[in-house]
Design a protein around this ligand. Structure first.
Ligand code: PXL
Length: 292
């Protein structure tokens, strides 16, 4: 029996943060639970994510190149390249070169352009990083910016209110630059503070999708990482885009609901361990819409 590639493999290019349930500490458990083999390519090591008032930061830019070169020597290959929080602008070039050297025709590139949230850049991110990220997204098949990152990538000022029509234009414009699939997360629903939407455009078929779900008034870092990880795992398992969107939004909602009732420091992110097993189960309610 030929067992090569019986488990699909993803290289996860994210930081390792000790406290706060973000990046590799959400990516690895989620994708492993979904039956995908994860090979981390760590971009930086932090004591905690950068929304905590204090954190250490070890930049691994030079080490990343060594790791990639050694993978080349042993002829290691990946079915999917999945990038998130990058630790320096130079890393973007390293990642682009890595993808160009290693990617085979049917491999997938997922870029989560981690830059900011709520209309602001994260601490440590700057204009140079935004410019570099604009280049990286062009090499992706799928990108998953939140609303703040969508405006940064499109060089438009941040605003909270945006119509379906404007979102169709902005996702199509980003897609024209490279990625077949553009998914925008965390879009507020006008006049309803209890709802939030995810929009997606798929150039293959030229269709727009929208999923709206309840919004609980709490901000948890790392939910974007969890969302893109479920999307990645779901698409690698062969799900359609709207089903992947449903699975990811439902998982995030379950995570927030499992956490929200506790007196808890939101900085710690969602209580992932309480909901990880839900990824094994089928989804029961579909809530996606096709936007005409
Ligand atoms: O979840 C995004 C993220 C990832 N990694 C680090 C972060 C953040 C968001 O704050 O600080 C280090």
């Amino acid at each position: 029996m030929h067992i090569h590639n019986s488990v699909k493999r993803v290289v996860a290019i994210h930081d390792l943060s000790g406290a706060g349930h973000v990046s590799l500490m959400t990516v690895i458990p989620i994708l492993s639970s979904m039956g995908i083999q994860v090979c981390p390519l760590p971009t930086a090591i932090l004591s905690a994510h950068t929304q905590y008032p204090a954190y250490s930061f070890l930049d691994l830019t030079d080490e990343m190149q060594h790791i990639i070169d050694k993978w080349a020597e042993i002829n290691y290959r990946f079915d999917t390249f999945y990038t998130g929080y990058l630790g320096s602008p130079r890393q973007v070039r390293i990642v682009e070169d890595f993808i160009a050297r290693f990617k085979r025709e049917n491999d997938l590139v997922v870029v989560d352009p981690v830059l900011g949230d709520n209309g602001k850049l994260y601490k440590g991110m700057d204009e140079t990083m935004v410019e570099e990220m604009k280049h990286l997204v062009r090499h992706a098949n799928i990108i998953t910016p939140n609303l703040t990152e969508t405006f940064l990538l499109s060089a438009q000022p941040y605003r909270e209110h945006i119509t379906d029509g404007e979102l169709k234009t902005i996702t199509k414009t980003l897609s024209d630059e490279g990625p077949e699939i553009v998914i925008v997360t965390g879009v507020p629903v006008p006049d309803n503070a209890h709802l939030t939407s995810v929009y997606a455009y798929n150039r293959n078929g030229n269709r727009y999708w929208k999923v709206t779900c309840p919004y609980l008034p709490a901000h948890y870092p790392g939910t974007g990482d969890a969302f893109t990880s479920v999307i990645t795992g779901s698409l690698m398992q062969g799900d359609s885009l709207p089903i992947a969107l449903d699975r990811a939004t439902q998982f995030i909602l379950q995570g927030i609901r499992a956490t929200f009732g506790y007196e808890y420091n939101n900085m710690e992110g969602i209580l992932l361990e309480k909901v990880l097993h839900n990824l094994d189960m089928p989804i029961y309610v579909s809530s996606y819409e096709l936007l005409e």
